[in-house]
Design a protein around this ligand. Structure first.
Ligand code: DGL
Length: 276
């Protein structure tokens, strides 16, 4: 195949909604010269309660859309899509893809002292057992306790990052995990780092929280460097270095994105993802 990937093309990043912004902002921080195109599937969030077939179909449409923008790589900034769709879709395209699950597993395995790791995630990610299977491949004695926290995604999408309702839901979900003696807790959904403080208050100092964003961006950088795909251009001031697309509610998304990403004024456009 003589498909040539362009090193100065943008990096595509996607999620079901705003959660993947936690990964995108880390990519912007670690790779400041790169262009980033982000897609949030705000019309169809949440993914975590949907089937593997549906999440794979949605992900495939997003990948097709991002490819129309000529991206050089795609970061699946969504654990649910990483668990359900990544293995299949990466076989179908000519550009490299990376997800968030493997980076999270690597950090958690390096962090735990007692081998007891909690994973909070969507119902889909927990049911896929992707975390326990990767962690046990590294060490078969690892104990992995999964807990689905389905209400966290709508709370984050609604911007209730610091709110008594979020505190109460976090206590309901997380207190039972505390009897299991875990010393490490993977934030296995990219929305959850946005309520990291709330989660940290409930689980306390004895549990280390793992956010895969840093490691994902680091692995992306390494992969691009190995393939000689790091950009050799400096960003033009005033150019469109970061572009955001959503499937609904561009204004709401834009306000949210601007509140957590501090790299200039960001705008967002709505597209019809069903066309892809
Ligand atoms: N942020 C996503 C994840 O990491 C999906 C959340 C959802 O849409 O349910 O799993």
């Amino acid at each position: 195949m003589d498909y040539k990937i362009k090193k100065n093309a943008p990096i595509g990043v996607f999620d079901s909604g705003v959660g993947g912004l936690t990964v995108a902002r880390e990519i912007m921080r670690q790779l400041p010269n790169e262009k980033v195109v982000y897609f949030g599937d705000t019309a169809r969030v949440p993914y975590g309660s949907k089937s593997k077939e549906t999440v794979t179909r949605f992900s495939r449409q997003i990948v097709r859309f991002l490819q129309t923008l000529d991206v050089k790589t795609i970061v699946v900034a969504c654990n649910t899509a990483s668990a359900y769709a990544l293995d299949e879709i990466e076989q179908e395209i000519d550009i490299p893809m990376i997800g968030v699950v493997k980076p999270a597993v690597k950090v958690a395995a390096e962090t735990t002292q007692n081998g007891k790791i909690g994973v909070i995630a969507t119902q889909a990610t927990v049911s896929s057992h992707v975390y326990s299977s990767y962690l046990r491949q590294l060490n078969s004695r690892m104990e992995v306790i999964g807990k689905a926290c389905p209400l966290f995604v709508p709370l984050v999408e609604e911007g209730l990052l610091e709110d008594p309702v979020t505190d109460e839901i976090a206590r309901r979900y997380l207190l039972e995990l505390m009897d299991t003696n875990i010393d490490t807790l993977i934030l296995g959904c990219t929305h959850y780092p946005l309520i990291r403080d709330t989660i940290g208050r409930v689980v306390g100092d004895g549990v280390t929280l793992v956010n895969p964003a840093y490691e994902t961006a680091r692995e992306l950088k390494e992969m691009l460097a190995e393939r000689n795909l790091l950009t050799d251009e400096k960003p033009d001031l005033g150019s469109n270095q970061y572009q955001f697309y959503v499937s609904d509610g561009a204004d709401k998304f834009k306000t949210f994105a601007n509140s957590i990403i501090k790299y200039g004024i960001l705008t967002a456009k709505t597209i019809n993802i069903e066309e892809y």
